[in-house]
Design a protein around this ligand. Structure first.
Ligand code: NZQ
Ligand code: ZN
Length: 387
């Protein structure tokens, strides 16, 4: 196990009615908030009005900016930065899923910054400060509710990049599973794949003696696998929604990273797909992750065999761990398909004409992945397996 520092300072309030705490939580940090949201689901559900009422009652002024699209765009972030400066906002409140939260974090980063915001995402600048961010989560998926990461798409050049800094970790996250009852099936399943992927990225590590985090990862993955079908057949099943919501946070709050190094190549490859084709992140991962597994399995068949046995109940073949490993990958694909997820680019109507471009962009800053470092030709080969 490696040495590590673990600090996740987000205050999580979980359960029925959790969002009612927003007035008090915001008032402790700010006098004026930017209420940031997406394409309108929060207005249709009535959540928006309840949030405004809670903030107003607590004496907090509200400025609103909606319109965040899935795969959030830099142009709206820049609009938000200008608005917050003009209105002297001192807290960004994200009400929505990962895209809204990431957009809120980018605004929080940009308000006090001198230079262009994209410089942070390109690694050309380091922030000294950021406005605080609060979250009311409506879609368990990205784990952005407690992560220090913002992922933004720059329309100029179609780059999708993540920026990581502890300043971006939300100060509070209000998690009410009932707010996810209204999620369409496609968002529920895409979200679950993203959480599963966050755990798998960490699970496939070269680090030895990581028994505790292996077991935590396995428990989290099994919980997601058990509860996604329940939530799909019974969208108002509180228990299933609650398990998925907490799994989203646990998967990506950095606890499962402790003492080990994750891989993250599948995420980087998926970001190229999202950037060019605007596919939902979780859907892209359902296609990319099995292809990545198939490409790297021979690097450490025993680790894949452990995954197959402990997460997917594959009977181990002690004479041939590679066989157990491959059966595990087959079960991942079968599970995704049984939940109605695509596992090929063909199903997304994406051809091979931009494989070269995606492969080149994915490795622009050097090889990707830590379990098996990948260069341009490896990424191309994985994309071939996604067909
Ligand atoms: O925009 P509205 O109308 O709100 O509708 C949204 C959106 O269309 C809808 N939705 C959300 N909550 C709902 C709901 N519909 C009905 N009822 C509800 N309760 O869901 C749609 C998708 O929302 P989005 O926020 O895009 O999804 P998700 O949470 O999966 O976030 C995806 C983004 O997060 C990034 C991804 O790359 C992608 O851009 N990620 C962020 C990470 C981070 N910050 O740590 C890590 C992840 O790996 C990921 O890269
Ligand atoms: Zn993800």
């Amino acid at each position: 196990m490696r040495d590590f520092t673990f600090q996740n300072a987000t205050k999580v309030i979980f359960g029925r009615g959790a969002e009612e705490a927003v007035g008090a939580e915001a008032a402790a940090l700010a006098r004026k908030v930017l209420l940031h949201y997406g394409g309108g689901s929060v207005k249709r559900s009535g959540l928006f009005d309840r949030v405004v009422a809670s903030l107003t009652e607590a004496g907090v002024d509200v400025v609103e900016l909606g319109g965040v699209k899935p795969n959030p765009r830099l142009s709206l972030v820049e609009e938000g930065i200008a608005l917050c400066r003009r209105e002297r906002v001192d807290l960004i409140l994200a009400v929505g899923g990962g895209s809204v939260i990431d957009s809120a974090k980018a605004i929080a980063l940009g308000v006090p910054a001198d230079g262009p915001l994209w410089d942070f995402f390109e690694g050309r600048a380091k922030p000294g400060e950021a406005l605080p961010v609060g979250v009311i989560l409506t879609l368990p998926a990205a784990g952005s509710e407690t992560s220090p990461v913002s992922v933004i798409t720059n329309e100029r050049g179609l780059y999708k990049k993540g920026f990581r800094n502890a300043l971006l970790r939300p100060r509070f996250a209000l998690l009410n599973p009932e707010l996810t009852f209204s999620l369409p099936a496609e968002q529920t399943r895409a979200g679950a794949v993203d959480m599963l992927a966050h755990v798998m990225e960490r699970y496939f590590t070269n680090e030895r003696d990581v028994e505790l985090t292996d077991r935590l990862c396995e428990a989290t993955m099994r919980t997601i696998v058990a509860n996604l079908p329940r939530a799909l057949t019974d969208p108002e099943n509180y228990a299933a929604r609650a398990e998925l919501m907490w799994a989203s946070t646990v998967a990506h709050c950095d606890l499962l990273d402790t003492g080990r190094e994750g891989d993250w190549a599948s995420h980087k490859i998926e970001h190229e797909l999202s950037a060019l084709y605007d596919v939902a992140h979780g859907i892209g991962l359902a296609v990319v992750f099995p292809a990545w597994m198939d490409y790297v399995v021979d690097h450490d068949p025993s680790r894949f065999a452990q995954f197959a046995h402990r997460v997917w109940d594959v009977e181990p073949d002690f004479f041939d761990p590679g066989r157990t490993a491959r059966e595990g990958i087959a079960r991942v694909v079968a599970f995704l398909r049984s939940c109605g997820l695509p596992t090929t680019l063909q199903e997304l109507a994406i051809g091979d004409d931009r494989f070269d471009e995606m492969a080149r962009k994915a490795v622009e800053s050097g090889p990707i992945g830590a379990f098996v470092p990948l260069g341009e030709s490896d990424v191309r080969a994985i994309l071939e397996r996604c067909r």
